[in-house]
Design a protein around this ligand. Structure first.
Ligand SMILES: Cc1cc2nc3c(=O)[nH]c(=O)nc-3n(C[C@H](O)[C@H](O)[C@H](O)COP(=O)(O)O)c2cc1C
Length: 201
């Protein structure tokens, strides 16, 4: 299913067509494509080029690892993400390597890497659905994530299925239009809350 963004201005199709499906087919992700996703994340920009992101990657073929990550998700997310052939967890290093000080942009940079990965997935015909619904302490425990690293988001990755693959309300939700706040509430100029030129609509 396609759910392209309804935008006021033209968008690159990778951005317009990306969305977060709950339905995934059981088609595996080719290792070459998985490699491209990792490269895309790797080449994201970051504060001082610290590259604070780390990713845990589990594929459904390696059942034990896959289950380890799946079990960290909240039950609702387990119910649909457990069909995706690849699960990931992004983790941010919260201290600068260069001086040991707090890196207040670690989450920001890790999000940049996540979006790079997501758009690369879109370009390869794959879909990514990110999740905040996971137990960070359980992930820390399951993977031995050190204290100065912060689990950020889980990802389901694979080929999008169809809403009919889902049950009841989930199928309905899958078909719902994608919505966004207006540009006028998001882009300001002159003072806080005053729409930037071109963002009035
Ligand atoms: C950090 C983050 C956490 C999210 N957590 C969840 C989640 O736990 N479960 C879920 O079903 N969707 C989750 N989503 C998906 C969002 O609901 C989705 O991106 C948003 O509704 C916009 O829809 P779109 O991605 O299709 O444009 C999350 C997305 C992000 C970026």
């Amino acid at each position: 299913m396609e759910k392209p963004a309804q935008s006021n201005y033209p968008l690159h199709e990778l951005i317009a067509r990306r969305w977060s499906p709950h339905a995934f087919t059981d088609q595996p992700v080719e290792p070459q494509k998985l490699g491209s996703l990792m490269e895309a994340a790797r080449w994201a920009p970051s504060c001082f080029n610290e590259q604070p992101w780390r990713f845990i990657v589990e594929t459904i073929e390696k059942k034990e690892g896959y289950e380890r990550l799946l079990n960290c998700l909240v039950p609702f997310n387990q119910s649909w993400a457990g069909k995706a052939p690849v699960l990931m967890l992004s983790v941010a290093s919260t201290r600068f390597k260069r001086n040991g000080k707090d890196n207040r942009h670690a989450g920001y940079d890790t999000g940049m890497a996540a979006e790079n990965l997501t758009l690369q997935a879109q370009a390869l015909g794959l879909a990514v659905h990110q999740m905040a619904g996971f137990d960070a302490d359980a992930a820390r425990e399951a993977y031995g994530i050190p204290e100065d690293y912060e689990p950020m988001a889980a990802f389901a990755v694979g080929y999008a299925g169809e809403p009919e693959d889902l049950e009841g309300k989930m199928a309905e939700r899958e078909r719902a239009p994608r919505v966004r706040n207006p540009l006028s509430e998001t882009f300001f100029s002159g003072k806080w809350g005053q729409s930037a030129p071109g963002a009035e609509a």
